[in-house]
Design a protein. Sequence first.
Length: 166
Amino acid sequence: MKTLVTILIFLKSIISVDAQEIQKGEYYPNSENKKFEGTWTFINGSTTFKVVLMSKKTFIEEMGIFTDCLVGKYYLKNDGLEVADYLNSNETPISFGVASKNKSSILNANFNDIRKNKIGALELELLSNKVQKLKWKLLNTEDVRINGKGKDKDFSVPINIILSKA
């Protein structure tokens, strides 16, 4: 729930409506997402991690509006074995990604680790250099821990890597 509230606050901050109120049912496009779209890959030794990101017109029920959110799917191969392939699946592990108009090189999203049955906070950052690079940083969301026991802190995908545009 806290993630949803954060997303809603974030969405309000990125939608520019120049001195007018947000109108329910209206579509507020977000062109900042476009630079994140495409296929991104990370290859290191026997690990291959591929992410496909695309914009999707999304209805934000709590605000009653439509806007563009980034969604994505991924593929992971370790030591020659396919660990996860959600590229052709109905599952959308990456969702509610919205680039900020103030910090257009950073996009925040939810990451649904289907294999671990948990949600993480995903930060994607376009790195400024001649080759298109994307920093992938996956963080645990807050959770309550009793006697040191709580949610699994690991993810089934890399948590801090640099991807290249394919």
